[in-house]
Write a protein that binds this ligand. Sequence first.
Ligand code: ADP
Length: 490
Amino acid sequence: MPYLIALDEGTTSARTVLYNERGERLAMESRPIDSVYPHPGWVEQDPMQIWSAQMESARAVLDRTGIPASAAAGIGITNQRETTIVWDRATGKPVSPAIVWQCRRTAETCAKLAASHGAMITAKTGLVVDAYFSGSKIHWILENIPSARERARNGDLLFGNVDTWLIWKLTNGAVHVTDPSNASRTMLFNIETGGWDDDLLSLLDVPRSMLPRVVSSSSFIAHAASEHLGADVPVTGIAGDQQAALFGQACFRPGLSKNTYGTGCFCLLHTGATRPVSRNRMLATRAAQVDGPQFAMEGAVFIAGAAVQWLRDKMGLIAQASESEAIASSVSGNAGVYLVPAFVGLGAPHWDPAARGTITGITAGATSAHIVRATLESIAYQTREILEAMESDSGERLAELRVDGGATANNFLMQFQADILGARIVRPADVETTALGAAYLAGLAAGVWKSTAELESFWRSQRVFEPAMSEQERDRLWEGWNTAVRKCRA
Ligand code: ADP
């Protein structure tokens, strides 16, 4: 019986998940990844730990299940996006720690770049100029690591996001590739032509020789050398984590969208073969590519589940995240209390880095339960802001939102989300959609599945949340939220 191996390398852990030919999860193992914060706003990881943790999780899940790697039809890789690794082509040694997507060290460079070339960069890449993306991180390494610039010019250094690094290691340095979903997060890739862009490369002074070849997200890519997993399994799928989740949610067609509720929220709307254009500063990105180029619009909420962590770790209002559901449900309404978790400023559609967290509407009747409730509600309000921006950009009205991520376990949050959107929320049976998407991409190219139509039949909803709130009440609450946001910005 063919099965698939998904390598899911995330920000906090590396996981390996096995799936059968019906797309059902057989087993999973994970290993933690450490982040280092050498200066305020800087975030680094060790590329060698990323590799070893990924291999340990893979070997552990194979050992535990007793399934031989030789029975695997393919490997799918999905990864934390934008995280930047530069290494020596000959020795395989990274020249610096990996610069993690969250790292703000290049914020100043990016602010200057935005002022001088913002419009050109957005037109080519679909991105808003930001330290988040890989381009300025590569530039930083070449400028700041002794002799890196010269070695790069001589063609001795390679760049990769985590997908590229893992494949290069799996093939013992033989294959240096990425896919369009990852390439489109580098700020060096022209999302329309589908190639590295000379203007962007010269702007950031990145030699083309460092960059991986861009291959389809679902295709035969390489054989993993047999010493790593015990057999030379073909790597046949790659996608960045959010695009993999979109694929794992079976959002294969224009108009379908998913929202992931984790530390932050990541909302992606599939727009098919057409590049989306946003008037609301949503990002345009490449979706995972099976046949031809596919696009998505992307919006992010910076602080979502992180606000629940704050309730637990900093406010001491809850002992664990799951408790927030019962506490929020113990009061009949918000009592006029709104919490705007602008801990790191506000993202789309406000883009106000100076805004800070605010609680409004407190009266003598307000209790800690109202604060907990307002925190959960803020996740749903922020999601509505993103979806409204996407609706206004795409001209399409959202009927249904597929959800995944840790905080979707919260039934209060999911019902409130349906209520405040006035749209159906669908929680799938398998919420590990990132790994599942990687397995789908790998399985399609390995011939386990013939088409995405076949995969659509695997997708099962676990629970549907129908909107139950009156329109009047929805409008009243929404107005209250918008007033709180105005106060938080002032
Ligand atoms: P990430 O992949 O970003 O680490 P996860 O998808 O694992 O995130 O989700 C973890 C986040 O979800 C945490 O920020 C946590 O506070 C939040 N969370 C987990 N369970 C719940 C819950 N039952 N209710 C509300 N928030 C939750």
